[in-house]
Design a protein. Structure first.
Length: 135
């Protein structure tokens, strides 16, 4: 896979556009991003597979603030002790040769919340823009 080159000028232009938004729109965006990241983290902890031992992948799901200029929040799964991997999502062959069935939860969760977040973000931004512009 070829290494992806990021054009810093496009990122700077995007940040400049974000800075020109009215404060109400930025607040609505930040609130929506924060709310949906928290909801996704809670739902992920609820539906994550749990084993018989004490350590669970659900305990590694974290919601952290991302780049404040972009108003992003990061929902992550996995840690050094419990790395989340493809075997859990798609199934694998255990050390004894038996097949361990797939237990997908992260990919379906991200697909569902991506759609919900996009819709809520559009709604919040439109409402804030209408209020800020007096439409």
């Amino acid at each position: 896979m070829a290494k992806r080159i990021v054009d810093a000028s496009q990122i700077a232009a995007f940040n400049a556009k974000l800075a020109t938004l009215p404060a109400a729109v930025r607040d609505a965006t930040e609130d929506t991003n924060s709310r949906y990241a928290t909801l996704m983290g809670k739902r992920g902890k609820k539906i994550a597979p749990r084993g018989e031992d004490g350590d669970h992948i659900a305990d590694t799901i974290k919601v952290e603030p991302g780049d404040p200029d972009l108003m992003e929040h990061v929902v992550s799964v996995g840690s050094d002790e419990l790395p989340y991997g493809v075997p859990l999502e798609f199934g694998h062959v255990a050390a004894d040769g038996s097949h361990v069935p797939a237990n997908p939860f992260w990919v379906p969760l991200t697909k569902i919340f991506r759609k919900r977040h996009r819709t809520a973000l559009r709604r919040a931004m439109r409402k804030a823009l209408k209020g800020a512009l007096g439409i």
